[in-house]
Ligand binder design. Sequence first.
Ligand code: ADP
Length: 596
Amino acid sequence: MNGDYIETGKIVKVAGPLVIASGLTKSKMFDVVRVSDLKLIGEIIELRGDTASIQVYEETQGLGPGEAVYCTGKPLSVELGPGLIESIYDGIQRPLDLIREKTGNYITRGLNVPGLSREKTWNFIPTLQKNEEVHGGDFIGYVQETAVVKHNIMIPPNLSGIIIDILPEGSYKIDEQIALLKTANGEERPLYMMHTWPVRIGRPFSKKLPPNQPMATGQRIIDMLFPLAKGGTACVPGPFGSGKTVVQHQLAKWANASIIVYIGCGERGNEMTDVLLEFPELEDPQTGHPLMKRTVLVANTSNMPVAAREASIYTGITIAEYFRDMGFDVALMADSTSRWAEAMREISGRLEEMPGEEGYPAYLATKIASFYERAGKVITASRKERIGSVSAIGAVSPPGGDFSDPVVQSTLKVVKVFWGLDSKLAYRRHFPAINWLSSYSLYLESLSDFMNKDIDKNWMPNRYRAMEILQHEAELEEIVRLVGKDSLSPKDQLVLETAKSIREDFLHQIAFDPSDTYSSLHKQFLILDTILFIHDVSMDLIKEEIPLGKIIALKVKEHVAKAKYVDEKELDKIKELKVEVEKEAKELLQNLKTED
Ligand code: ADP
């Protein structure tokens, strides 16, 4: 980058991560600047006349007025191409391992390391011929990036023309020209395996589609009660110890997404270290390879200032969109967006903007909304119709677990799914500690066609019945607290029994048990369907005046409690339970008659 500056200004003032500089007449909003001769990386976030406010992504200690500011005239961008998968980046896409190699554990300031390795070669296999017409998003070839990711090389967005030259299959570096394109106005543009894209601008697509397929996660409370759709948005607030990390890991492992982008904005260094140490250890249960073979990690380490969290959110979502454009289903997880909001608050304070609620800037909600709006299921911009999706799951960590916090509230206005982790449930060791009374999903209607057709026509009806029973339980518990269980009618007591079975035999799911950690949608359906079937048969028995004690003692219920451990290949074992229920019920009725 040395030498390509469009102008040089001077520092007027330094206030933490914010630097004010004057003499910048050609620069634009969001241009990247290099601050002082240390060449610290920053971005212009406010311009008044020739005076710019610069958000600096590195420690500004020791800088002072009079030092130079170099403007690149270019927006903050990421490099997109082979080499992204398995990378662990900081907020401005510098590979952490390379930084560590160069400078040890503490990042030397002003370090310029490209996001994608210039040394590594990739075996490029062209899939186009000379003279073919292409469009932004079209594939020109591919690279087998890892054992599980076929990385298609795309024409950069907004570019079109005729391929006038393309290299044969071979090993090339990322910055070697692999093809030549002639645009409609006769310009010749070299093509590489990589291209860059400004992080603050969403990548173009042709059309947004309604999210109508489930992002199945294998987690029963999520898929059955509060499902996420592919291309959807979800928020998971996590008080400390409520199981936020386990939920995130389970989603990364089991969600039916091909690519995982994990953005970590930890507060303390060790929160991030946990992720950096744990993630590379995870095995991908779907392929047997390490999970990193389809993952990109963006992590803010503790020695980067808070402002870098802002950059990491945009870096992450841009990488996610890039893989979406290849036709992948991408799951993006941001942990935690509260830390990003705190960074906005700090910068806004330093800009002396009028504070909104709790000192957060007035544009907090707009910023959060514009992040989640980049999620979605789309028809890509390519000429051949291709569908890809980015699902965004944001963890929120409100201080004291208080959901009235402005970040939680602004997030809830835009996301369609809310998984409310509850420390009381975690304390009772009910995991996943997602509260079924406060959580919700707004995808139930859009997913019902898929679920009812592809899984079972009773999927949604069962889902609503289960929720009704759980809500009824909550109401009855109030009464029980006041006057005791025995005052309830047998029917109401049965509701409590069934609700308990739904909670313990269905919702409760141990992430560390190999046979319980994941349930297919079919298995989930069968378990819940059996529980509801027992409920219906029991209601009939109550009508026949069979004593409740005998109904509750049905032996089949022991088998239902174990249904979650049934192997996915032996789901018939769960199906057969209904026959057992009927048999036992018949016996009870016959015994009643003989007693008469
Ligand atoms: P947080 O990240 O919210 O602080 P963790 O995700 O680390 O909390 O969870 C805390 C503990 O709760 C875990 O170490 C584990 O023992 C337990 N736990 C959470 N979720 C589950 C789960 N689905 N199955 C079993 N144990 C769980």
